[in-house]
Design a binder for this molecule. Structure first.
Ligand SMILES: [Zn+2]
Ligand SMILES: [Zn+2]
Ligand SMILES: [Zn+2]
Length: 135
């Protein structure tokens, strides 16, 4: 995680490092409001720019579930400036409202005649492990 910014050829600033450390702290996807809450001090414009840069560089990805604010989660190493090719499912727990990136053994490969898929997202809802075992 320490070298991630360097690896992605992004100049290190204390603010960028702090934002990155917040992502590292959570194992699930987080909305901007959580990042804002966790930052020592922040400037909204700088935060938006940092998030945009991280998405462009393949450090984080955006998850949009209809009718909600965007959530963001760390990418795996294979993401880059050109593509975010995730082979995982976005699972939203109906009870705790947390969005998780869930790795699966077999991600369906779909071919659309005449169309070139650049991004494919599968979303699922239900109960996460914690909520399921407490209900
Ligand atoms: Zn990605
Ligand atoms: Zn839950
Ligand atoms: Zn994800």
């Amino acid at each position: 995680m320490d070298n991630l910014l360097k690896d992605k050829k992004i100049s290190e600033t204390p603010f960028r490092k702090e934002v990155l450390s917040i992502f590292a702290k959570y194992s699930n996807a987080i909305p901007l409001s959580i990042i804002e809450q966790d930052l020592e001090q922040y400037n909204r414009i700088t935060l938006y720019r940092t998030i945009k840069l991280f998405v462009q560089k393949g450090i984080i990805h955006e998850i949009t579930i209809s009718g909600e604010h965007s959530n963001y989660a760390l990418c795996k190493a294979e993401c880059n400036t050109i593509s975010h090719l995730h082979q995982h499912i976005h699972f939203k727990c109906k009870k705790c409202q947390i969005i998780f990136c869930v790795e699966v053994d077999q991600f369906p490969s779909i071919k659309l005649p005449d169309y070139k898929i650049e991004q494919l997202e599968i979303q699922a809802t239900g109960l996460c492990l914690k909520c399921n075992s407490s209900s």
